[in-house]
Design a protein around this ligand. Sequence first.
Ligand SMILES: NC(=O)c1ccc[n+]([C@@H]2O[C@H](COP(=O)([O-])OP(=O)(O)OC[C@H]3O[C@@H](n4cnc5c(N)ncnc54)[C@H](O)[C@@H]3O)[C@@H](O)[C@H]2O)c1
Length: 383
Amino acid sequence: MRDSAAAPANGARETTIDVALGDRSYPIVIGEDLLGSAAERIAASLPAARCAVVSDTTVAELHLSPLKKSLSDAKLYLGEVVVQPGEASKSFPVLADVSEQLLELGVERGDCVVAFGGGVVGDLAGFAASILRRGVRLVQIPTTLLAQVDSSVGGKTGIDTRQGKNLIGTFYQPSLVLADTKVLDTLSERDFRAGYAEVVKYGLLGDADFFAWLDRDWQDVFADRGDARRRAIETSCRAKAAVVAKDEREESGTRALLNLGHTFGHALETFAGYSDRLLHGEAIAIGMRLAFTYSVADGLCPADDALRVEQHFKAVGLPTQIADIPGETPTPQELLRLMSQDKKVKGGKLALVLVRGIGAAFVEPDIEPESLSAFLEKECQRR
Ligand SMILES: NC(=O)c1ccc[n+]([C@@H]2O[C@H](COP(=O)([O-])OP(=O)(O)OC[C@H]3O[C@@H](n4cnc5c(N)ncnc54)[C@H](O)[C@@H]3O)[C@@H](O)[C@H]2O)c1
């Protein structure tokens, strides 16, 4: 994995992290004000590719202009397809509509789809790119913290169905990721916080020092003081790139570690109807706290570590309890049923990412349904 920091012409520092996947390797560029030079950066990775941008209405209104200008000036702009913001856009009807609009814009095999938005746009546009004309190139320009540290890297694309989240999708690596940290200035505090949960995840699953730093300096990350925010994004991207390089298609178990908190979290999100009631990152925060508490109950993890995690999430304002979900909350039976829909179920056996402590996650491939059921019974009553 190449990892280099360089000062571009405007003096701002930027970092390039390579995701090492042989002939499908690609750079993640992290820096400020990358949108204005997007055309040159895309042309360097994909010479002569014309670009169709997929975005949502919020991001398009706030940030499309400099990107569109850069691509238009270079005569690489095919047009934009704009969807409604929110998880509901990760659906079959919206996928069909986006794909047809991309064809109408004239996207050809040698062109590329630019996913310009948060994880919803990234997953949706990435999926569309992977099936359009049997696959056109993809550039990710993530605009939320969650997308910059997680969803834009690693090539998972997909949509949701009634049965659960991301059950339909592809592995489809982008050719380039441009993470412009400046666009995060317009992100709502709630969305920033939800993305921060995925930043914490990298500390919890394999980097205790990173967690300790976040626990101490998280306010600098939120306030963008010094280089704290960029450090958080870079460390997260480096961690994700390393995992993806080792286990691109989640076959050896390494990549599965990135699902810490996700089996619980996805079940809670499905229950809440993928709505504003519970954002993805918020569900994952509750899920990670549950994974720690479950590990303590199983005698695997020191209780102090679980307490530190819970206290950290509470300090930053993230939910930690099932009861923190506004409105109706699920019964243990409902949760168990939703967890059983998870992609990590193999031969009827439910796997969970558990922990031996902060920074020490592992996959437990055979969770006993009785012990999980008893655990959920307790947690659903916890206030
Ligand atoms: N593919 C993967 O590996 C992977 C990993 C983690 C999460 N995900 C997926 O990511 C999705 C969640 O992503 P998300 O949290 O980015 O949600 P999102 O895409 O819904 O974005 C959150 C909100 O922020 C707005 N927004 C985006 N950028 C903005 C900006 N710069 N300024 C102001 N507003 C902005 C959006 O319009 C939206 O309303 C989920 O669907 C989840 O399943 C995928």
